[in-house]
Design a protein around this ligand. Structure first.
Ligand SMILES: Cc1cc2nc3c(=O)[nH]c(=O)nc-3n(C[C@H](O)[C@H](O)[C@H](O)COP(=O)(O)OP(=O)(O)OC[C@H]3O[C@@H](n4cnc5c(N)ncnc54)[C@H](O)[C@@H]3O)c2cc1C
Length: 399
């Protein structure tokens, strides 16, 4: 199967949607799928579909010009792109893997530490309820007036340089924070960014130490001016495919990028702003917290659950209140194990992406749960995981 991309060139940044049948396993083989890739990956995707017995029904340019350009299967091919063939890796024994995350037009480092953007604080409020452990705040900055405009997309982070100097009298270094608002901002006006910040606190030699930047942010007052850098990050970008499935594993402030995805998927005002992204896939959030009042953005998540019961699933692991199968504390990896069959069935679908965000300590537990779950199916997680990663379907940002 060779496919013409009409006026495409090697440096073409356009996206193409391949409509395909008979791909995947079991009942999935009957379903029609739409896989969206940049031009550079189109040829390899077509090759993989052919190798896996899929039937291409149409290839459509994302700007809708495909048909008019004569884009159709069984026509002339462009010069073979030199991009890697990501679909040659498999997530499970046979499932094809097709990257659908577009890195095109993702802003990076518009503002650097030497010349940061100065944003003013619009809002700063607590996200945790009474009886919660620790402090976690939602903080919003005004980004208007910059040249260039400080813009970002879902899944990116920004840097904050706290006021003051370090122990050596030097200006503080920046700290990164995952962006918690969608690109349109919480007010949907397109010139704000929000963060979800936990104040770092620990004890040393009997003294309570407060983290420099997280305390600076949690204590900050509306109107204050803050040095902001970035945005950065392409690891946690959301696939452009409206029919992708998105499994999210978050602990604590790791909810920040997940909130941006879920707002983009389900918040009515967001959906109205994004006619090209009317999410129709399955989104499943696993959220870990120590206590119920530590569940962040819980009201919004329950609203999405009520409004989109066919598309959204929300599973919590509340370690100090719930027990796992062995009577121990319920962590997110215990929930992963409980739902291993469903998670693996989803991962077999090349449209499924997994996102992990939160404290570094969550990774080994999830790996262990996936190893156990895979072994029960006769699969080897240590082989599958790098394949998923290479296929850009396994996204991790832990800190
Ligand atoms: C990509 C990325 C995204 C992030 N997103 C978020 C986010 O969305 N929300 C969020 O709250 N944070 C996030 N972070 C973490 C954030 O960047 C800061 O690291 C965090 O806020 C702490 O910074 P601080 O200045 O308050 O702490 P610092 O004053 O810099 O103190 C941190 C240092 O304290 C020491 N320390 C920490 N804990 C202990 C302990 N228990 N015992 C002894 N010493 C200790 C360590 O030396 C550590 O390096 C993210 C980090 C990255 C890399």
């Amino acid at each position: 199967m060779r496919v013409s991309t009409g006026r495409a060139t090697q440096s073409d940044a356009r996206m193409f949607t391949v409509v395909v049948e008979c791909l995947g396993v079991g009942s999935q083989r009957r379903a029609e799928r739409r896989l969206t890739v940049p031009f550079a990956l189109l040829q390899s995707l077509v090759g993989t579909i052919a190798r896996q017995g899929g039937r291409i029904k149409a290839v459509i340019a994302a700007d809708g010009a495909g048909a008019a350009d004569g884009l159709a299967p069984e026509t002339t091919a462009p010069a073979a792109p030199s991009a890697p063939a990501p679909s040659e890796v498999a997530a499970a024994p046979n499932p094809p893997a097709a990257p659908t995350v577009s890195h095109a037009d993702v802003p990076v480092n518009l503002y650097k530490p030497k010349a940061p953007f100065i944003g003013s604080v619009i809002d700063n409020y607590s996200l945790v309820g009474e009886g919660a452990i620790g402090r976690v705040n939602h903080i919003t900055f005004d980004l208007s007036g910059g040249d260039p405009q400080l813009r970002y997309v879902e899944g990116q982070s920004i840097g904050i340089i706290p006021d003051g100097v370090d122990a050596n009298g030097k200006p503080h270094k920046l700290r990164l924070y995952s962006i918690a608002s969608s690109r349109h901002g919480d007010n949907l006006e397109g010139h704000t960014v929000s963060l979800c910040v936990r104040q770092l606190q620990y004890e040393k030699d009997g003294e309570v130490i407060n983290g420099v930047c997280s305390s600076f942010l949690c204590d900050i007052e509306p109107g204050a001016q803050v040095k902001i850098t970035g945005p950065v990050g392409k690891e946690m970008l959301l696939p452009a495919d409206e029919e992708a499935n998105v499994i999210m594993l978050a602990t604590g402030t790791g909810i920040a990028p997940m909130r941006t995805y879920l707002r983009r998927m389900f918040e009515p005002g967001e959906r109205a702003k994004n006619p090209e992204y009317q999410f129709r896939g399955k989104a499943w959030l696993f959220m870990g917290a120590p206590k119920t009042p530590n569940l962040l953005y819980d009201d919004d998540l329950n609203r999405y659950l009520a409004e989109f019961p066919d598309n959204f699933r929300y599973t919590t692991a509340i370690s100090r209140e719930q027990q796992n199968r062995d009577g121990g504390r319920m962590y997110i990896q215990d929930r992963v194990l409980e739902h291993a069959d469903e998670i693996f069935a989803m991962i077999e679908d090349p449209k499924t992406h997994v996102y992990i965000c939160g404290l570094k300590g969550m990774e080994p537990g999830i790996d262990e749960a996936m190893t156990t779950a895979a072994a029960a199916k006769g699969l080897d997680w240590s082989t599958m995981r790098p394949q998923l990663k290479k296929a850009e379907r396994w996204h991790v940002e832990t800190y």
